[in-house]
Design a protein around this ligand. Structure first.
Ligand SMILES: Nc1nc2c(ncn2[C@@H]2O[C@H](COP(=O)(O)OP(=O)(O)OP(=O)(O)O)[C@@H](O)[C@H]2O)c(=O)[nH]1
Ligand SMILES: [Mg+2]
Length: 528
């Protein structure tokens, strides 16, 4: 199937999950990896290993508790008095929502301004594909539907009305004559407050840009405390620009009181101060959560489970792939943009039975204002602390090359360490949707997460890179079964295989362990 034909099958597939449905989406529980059967003589040691896994699993399950948030850390924070409770977050989340965001239903007219030349021209994509993505964004929302759409060229995208006089006039007529329109989505990163006001006045309906539509989707999909706070923070610039418009309206009606209650502050200044205070509150709550996240990371490190971050453009199949790799039935992939807004962790096993933690991350989208990415930077910070990155690409998508460039750009801005960038595994997902998949680069791994194809090769590649990056080794050690050697190995390393020699009372144990752990082992059992 050619790239252009694929677009017709991709976008109509986007479902319309309800806000409530998304919010209630079930949480994932960690898959409990079972150690493989070993010789009976190893039972004692295996019990040790099971304990280790259970201990971890229990705490990791608690991490995601009822709303999928990191509740085990809350327990620790309660002890040090640094606790943020749900109601506090909920209050911040619900308190001040920009008008038209996260609520209501809309019949949308989409306008894509096509800049033919100059610095704003999009070189990597076409107007048709940008429009298709805009349609996808609207269709992702429950109760929103596209009534009509138009691509209109402009030489003056920076002007208040975006289009030249003639085009603007014909566009206005079209919008006003199309029955039932309740909103216009102008497919640009961000409209200035002045522009938004001018367009709303001219068209007589609500006007959204990419920033506000994506925020709307985020608000509908937010479940955890962190996601809610990050969204509330991302909404501040929108509230600020709306505030300017509202005060300008009041000015026009002569209704503004110059100073409020002798405070020496104007109405605009009072509202700006309140917004600033709100921003500080959200930032400090997020900072508390960030400290939690730091703690979580050190706990993970302490337990020595390698961390693999799975990232990629939105809807490329990250969640589906992690579900296939871990067998975690609690994961719910959706044909929806930004289905995953929270970092979740899922344990899986590699061919050698080593346990790794796969981190599911928020998807990327092109043309997003920095403010939005910044709000989610704490979430993305986790990527930096992984042992390995897996970049998933929807290889069946017509924009797959642009999507890859977008992801690499975001990673560059996040200042991901070189060692992680160079060891990153690129996965070509959804090969089942392509008639004849051809290897374009030898280093990539083709998979179909949905049909569970190519997973063994991927697990092997992950294992190889993990062994490289964590400095772990696979060793065959001879142990004396009358000593605690075997149970020590089960606790401190990953035991792959145990060959018992009953006559000798010994066993040959295949283990994966770090250089440091091997050093400790040699020291402890030197004379045994
Ligand atoms: N045909 C096909 N569809 C797939 C494959 N992998 C994922 N999908 C579908 O793609 C859609 C998105 O999958 P998700 O796993 O939710 O994608 P994601 O990258 O986690 O998306 P976000 O969390 O929204 O960024 C779902 O409808 C999946 O069923 C695949 O290998 N083949
Ligand atoms: Mg996802």
């Amino acid at each position: 199937m050619t790239a252009l034909r694929r677009i017709h099958s991709w976008f109509p597939l986007l479902k319309r999950p309800s806000c409530r449905g998304a919010a209630a989406a079930s949480r994932s529980l960690l898959h409990t990896p079972q150690p493989r059967t070993a010789a009976a003589a190893a039972a004692a040691g295996r019990a040790g290993s099971l304990c280790q896994i259970r201990r971890f699993t229990a705490s990791a399950c608690r991490l995601r508790d009822t709303d999928g948030s990191y509740t085990d850390e809350e327990e620790e924070e309660e002890e040090d008095g640094d606790f943020i409770d749900d109601s506090e977050v909920e209050e911040l989340f619900q308190q001040q929502v920009p008008a038209g965001i996260g609520e209501g239903q809309h019949s949308v007219f989409i306008v894509h301004p096509d800049v033919k030349w100059g610095s704003r021209k999009q070189h990597l994509t076409t107007a048709e594909l940008m429009m298709a993505e805009a349609v996808g964004l609207v269709n992702t929302l429950d109760n929103w539907r596209v009534v009509d759409k138009i691509i209109m060229s402009t030489k003056t995208p920076e002007k208040k009305r975006i289009f030249g006089k003639g085009n603007f006039q014909s566009l206005t007529e079209k919008i006003r004559q199309t029955a039932g329109i309740t909103a216009v989505f102008v497919n640009v990163q961000r409209l200035s407050p002045l522009s938004e006001r001018e367009l709303e006045e001219a068209w007589g309906v609500k006007v959204f840009d990419r920033y506000s539509v994506v925020l709307h989707i985020f608000r509908c999909n937010a479940r955890t405390k962190e996601a809610k706070l990050q969204i509330s923070l991302a909404e501040i610039p929108l509230l600020r620009s709306r505030l300017k418009n509202e005060v300008a309206n009041l000015d026009q009606q002569g209704g503004r009181t110059r100073y409020i209650g002798g405070s020496g502050e104007t109405l605009l200044e009072v509202h700006q101060r309140l917004l600033k205070e709100r921003e500080m509150k959200i930032r400090s709550a997020l900072e508390k959560l960030r400290r939690k996240r730091h703690l979580l990371r050190s706990q993970r490190k302490h337990k020595e489970f390698p961390v693999v971050s799975v990232l990629g453009y939105t809807n490329c199949g990250k969640t589906t792939l992690i579900k296939a790799l871990t067998g975690d039935s609690g994961l719910q992939p959706k044909n929806q943009l930004f289905a995953t807004l929270d970092v979740t962790v899922h344990a899986g096993q590699l061919p050698s039975h080593m346990t790794v933690l796969y981190v599911d991350t928020i998807g990327f989208l092109s043309q997003l204002p920095h403010q939005l990415i910044d709000s989610f930077s704490a979430t993305l910070e986790d990527i930096k602390h992984s042992d390995l990155l897996v970049h998933v690409r929807d290889i069946s998508h017509p924009e797959t090359v642009n999507q890859k460039m977008n992801v690499l750009n975001v990673l560059k801005n996040l200042q991901i360490p070189d060692r992680l960038m160079s060891s990153m595994i690129e996965v070509h997902n959804k090969i089942d949707l392509i008639d004849s998949y051809q290897f374009t680069e030898p280093s990539v791994l083709p998979v179909s997460a949905l049909e569970e194809r190519g997973l063994d090769e991927l697990k092997k590649a992950v294992e190889e890179e993990i062994l490289n990056s964590t400095g772990k080794h696979i060793l065959d050690l001879k142990v004396n079964l009358s000593t605690p050697q075997l149970s020590w190995l089960y606790k401190e390393a990953t035991v792959q295989d145990v060959q018992v020699n009953a006559d000798e009372g010994s066993a040959v144990v295949k283990v994966i362990m770090s250089t440091a752990a091997y050093g400790r082992y040699k020291k402890l059992f030197a004379g045994w």
